[in-house]
Design a protein around this ligand. Structure first.
Ligand code: ATP
Length: 388
């Protein structure tokens, strides 16, 4: 109703397009609403945002705006037509009408538009039939070549919605993979698709399909991508980083430089991956709590989580103990206590506290008094210039 009012007030046509309509028909919840305006999308978005009391972000250059209101996100664009100068390069933008806007979309199921003024669905490419028959279909033979991210998107939709690739579409997808179209994508865009896949409910099946179509061979060359446990959630930490580490669980130390250089992983991800490899290399040498503490203490929690998920019972027990006992061990003493004993602040503080921590882990300290006594001893030693 609100949208209709704005449309009428501005005297422009506007449409709800893409995924929201698809999901409405499929009875799936969707909070992302894409609106295409045949006219000034930014003015439209400003009016909408004011009525909904939302937060608006405007991209003047692209004539688009994003509004956040309650649980809904509205993406408002001015209808546009795109040109593909080279495969894999982001398209230019030019104002055009809704038909062009619909035609630039990836699959027929995403090509439905709801005409807000008229209150009816526009179905130029038989998207409704394809939704009914659960099919992912492209509308022209160059679709995957124009934008190879659609290869990933096709697999993502097919698993998420439990749809099949329409026969000719599957053939085109295979041809595009065989032709190496994915090579035209930047490493960033490839990784973005991988992150989108890993954020799905069922990445395991999507990655299985990637392997089935040998996409992994094209992008990760000889690296053995792991499928197992990809649908699980991290007990601690960030689920995307955790799944990323599961995805690359089989990566060897020698592959790390190649991967980092080619894909320019975000810092946390790159650290997670090297942590994972380091833990894996030392996993079977762990002989006591101290060794576990030393190996795990500065590692990303998601890497430890991935280890827990992937390894056998013995290792799971060690990780459990790390999370439940070793990691949560707290000290009674701190830097202030050392200062009170008359030692000037310096890096030796850290060393002393680490020593106390070790002593506590080994059971050499059993109560508060013990701990303060030990602290005194270490401080005295340092004062005397002895090694601790
Ligand atoms: P979800 O956000 O839940 O993954 P969605 O269908 O809304 O599903 P988006 O990635 O948000 O997907 O894209 C919004 C719409 O933009 C899609 O429905 C599709 O029509 C279009 N679109 C997105 N990426 C492409 C692409 N690479 N090629 C063509 N059209 C695309």
């Amino acid at each position: 109703m609100i949208l209709k009012k704005i449309s009428c007030k501005m005297g422009v046509k506007s449409y709800i397009v893409g995924g929201y309509i698809r999901d409405e028909i499929l009875n799936l919840e969707s909070n992302d609403i894409d609106i295409t305006v045949e006219g000034d999308g930014i003015r439209y978005a400003l009016m909408l945002s004011k009525i909904l009391n939302g937060k608006i972000e405007i991209h003047e250059k692209f004539k688009t705006a994003k509004i956040q209101a309650d649980k809904y996100t509205f993406d408002v664009v001015s209808a546009r037509k795109e040109y593909y100068a080279h495969s894999g390069i982001l398209p230019d933008v030019e104002l055009a009408d809704i038909v062009e806007d619909i035609k630039r979309r990836d699959f027929t199921i995403n090509m439905l538009a709801f005409d807000i003024k008229e209150g009816m669905i526009i179905d130029l490419c038989n998207g409704l039939d394809d939704i009914k028959n659960k099919l992912i279909r492209v509308v022209h033979d160059k679709s995957f070549n124009d934008d190879p991210t659609r290869i990933f998107r096709a697999l993502r939709y097919s698993v998420r919605l439990d749809f099949k690739l329409e026969e000719h579409t599957e053939l085109l997808l295979k041809q595009s993979i065989a032709n190496g179209d994915i090579d035209n994508l930047s490493a960033d865009r490839i990784m973005n698709e991988i992150y989108l896949i890993l954020s799905e409910k069922n990445p395991e099946t999507i990655v299985k399909l990637m392997k089935y179509y040998e996409i992994d061979k094209k992008i990760f060359k000889g690296i053995d991508i792991n499928i197992k446990n990809l649908n699980t959630y991290a007990r601690y930490g960030d689920v995307l980083l955790y799944r990323f580490l599961l995805f690359f669980y089989n990566v060897k130390k020698d592959d790390l430089d190649y991967l980092n250089e080619k894909f320019n992983f975000r810092r946390q991800y790159s650290k997670g991956l090297s942590d994972l490899i380091e833990i894996k290399m030392n996993l079977y040498t762990l002989k006591d709590d101290i060794a576990v503490y030393n190996l795990f203490k500065d590692k990303k929690i998601e890497a430890i989580n991935a280890i827990y998920t992937m390894e056998g019972e013995n290792i799971k027990k060690i990780v459990d103990r790390y999370f439940e006992v070793i990691r949560s061990l707290k000290l009674e003493v701190n830097g202030d206590a050392i200062k009170e004993l008359g030692l000037e602040p310096s890096p030796v503080y850290k060393k002393i506290l680490e020593k106390i921590y070790y002593d506590k882990l080994c059971g050499k300290i059993i109560n508060k008094e013990d701990e303060f006594e030990r602290l005194k001893q270490y401080v005295e030693k340092v004062k005397r210039g002895e090694k601790i």
